[in-house]
Design a protein around this ligand. Structure first.
Ligand SMILES: NC(=O)c1ccc[n+]([C@@H]2O[C@H](COP(=O)([O-])OP(=O)(O)OC[C@H]3O[C@@H](n4cnc5c(N)ncnc54)[C@H](O)[C@@H]3O)[C@@H](O)[C@H]2O)c1
Length: 297
C-alpha cells in the first residue's frame, strides 16, 4: 500500500521532518511483538512529546499506531488517515486503539482521541474489491442495528451516503456511551463470534468477512431463541449477495473455546447482542455452555 502512496506522502509532508515506519499488511502485524518493535524504534529515534504519530492505512495500522501513540512517553499526539473502507466507517471512529495478544483480539488497548481523522474517498480507488467488501460488512452492521435507511445505499453502492451514515451511526452510539457500559455494546453485533472466527482461522479470515459470518450466526441464533424476526435472515443473505460476503458454514461448537477471552464475557457468561428486527438491537446474557448444546440452528 505504501508503494502506491510513497510519492504522494513525500510531496504532502515535504515541509515536515518525517520518519516512516512501514509494516507488513495483515492482522498479524497488530501484535505485541510488532508493537514493542515500533516503540523501541521510536525511542532509538529519540521521539519527544512534541512529535505526532500519523497512521496512514487500514484498521490494522490505525489500531496499532494509535496504541503506540497512547502509550509511548505516556502519550503523544495522534492523527489517523484511514485508507480502507472499514477504517473509514468504523475503526478510525470512536477512539478505541489496541493490539491482539496470544489470548485474543484487541485485548491490550486504550481509548485515544486523535487530533484529527482525515477521510479522503480518493484513497479507495486503489483498495482491492475484496477489501472494499470487507468494509461493507460493518456498514451492513449499522443498517441492522441502527439506520434502516442504509439499505438502499448499500444496494446501490452509494459511497458518500455509506460513509457519512455509518460515521453518524457510530458517532451517535458512542456519544451516548463512550466507555461501553451498555449502548456501545450494540456495535459488537456479530463480533462475539467474529473474533472467535478470526482466532480460529489464525487471522487468515479478514475482520469484515468474519463479521459477516458472525452476523449470520447472531441472526440465526436470534431466530433459534425466538428473539429475531425470521424475515431478517433473508434480508441479510440478499444484501450479502451484492458483495460476495460469506455465510457461516461451520459448527459453532468449535468456536466456543475462542469466545472465552472476549471482553464482553463475564466469567462464563456473555453479553450477546441480538437484533429483534432491523434497527432494534437487544442484549441478553447467555451462558457460554448453551452454545455447546446448539447443534443445528
Ligand atoms: N478500533 C476500532 O474501533 C476497530 C473497529 C473495527 C475494526 N477494527 C480493526 O480494524 C482491523 C481491520 O481493518 P482493515 O479491514 O482496514 O484491515 P487492514 O488494515 O489489514 O487493511 C486491509 C488491506 O487493505 C490494504 N489497504 C488499505 N488501504 C488501502 C488502499 N487505499 N489501497 C490499497 N490497499 C489498501 C492494506 O494494506 C491491507 O492489505 C482489524 O484489526 C479490526 O480489529 C478496529
Amino acid at each position: 500500500m505504501y508503494f502506491y502512496y510513497k510519492n504522494h506522502l513525500k510531496e504532502t509532508l515535504k515541509e515536515y521532518n518525517v520518519d516512516y515506519i512501514i509494516i507488513k499488511p495483515g492482522e498479524k502485524s497488530k501484535s505485541e511483538e510488532k508493537y514493542l518493535k515500533i516503540i523501541h524504534e521510536l525511542l532509538e529515534k529519540h521521539i519527544t512529546r512534541k512529535d505526532i504519530i500519523v497512521a496512514f492505512g487500514g484498521g490494522v495500522v490505525g489500531d496499532l499506531s494509535g496504541f503506540v501513540a497512547a502509550t509511548i512517553l505516556r502519550g503523544v499526539s495522534f492523527i489517523n488517515i484511514p485508507t480502507s473502507l472499514l477504517a473509514m466507517v468504523d475503526s478510525s471512529i470512536g477512539s478505541k486503539v489496541g493490539i491482539d495478544t496470544h489470548y485474543g483480539k484487541n485485548l491490550l488497548g486504550a481509548f485515544k482521541n486523535p487530533l484529527e481523522v482525515i477521510i479522503d474517498f480518493n484513497y479507495l480507488k486503489t483498495l482491492p474489491k475484496e477489501e472494499y467488501n470487507n468494509g461493507i460488512a460493518e456498514v451492513i452492521k449499522y443498517y441492522l442495528i441502527d439506520d434502516v435507511s442504509l439499505l438502499e445505499d448499500i444496494k446501490n453502492n452509494n459511497l458518500e451516503n455509506i460513509i457519512k451514515k455509518s460515521i453518524k451511526s457510530k458517532k451517535e452510539i458512542i456519544t451516548k456511551d463512550p466507555f461501553e457500559t451498555y449502548e456501545r455494546m450494540y456495535l459488537n453485533f456479530g463480533h462475539t463470534f467474529a473474533h472467535a472466527i478470526e482466532r480460529h482461522s489464525n487471522y487468515e479470515i479478514p475482520h469484515g468477512y468474519a463479521v459477516a459470518m458472525g452476523m449470520d450466526i447472531s441472526i440465526r441464533l436470534g431466530i433459534y431463541f425466538n428473539i429475531t424476526n425470521k424475515e431478517v435472515l433473508n434480508k441479510l443473505h440478499n444484501l450479502y449477495s451484492y458483495y460476495d460476503l460469506p455465510l457461516f458454514k461451520g459448527n459453532i461448537q468449535e468456536l466456543v473455546p475462542y469466545l472465552s477471552s472476549d471482553k464482553k464475557a463475564h466469567a462464563d457468561k456473555i453479553n450477546f447482542v441480538f437484533i429483534k428486527d432491523v434497527g432494534t438491537p437487544y442484549i441478553k446474557q447467555i451462558e457460554k455452555e448453551v452454545f455447546y448444546e446448539i447443534s443445528s440452528f
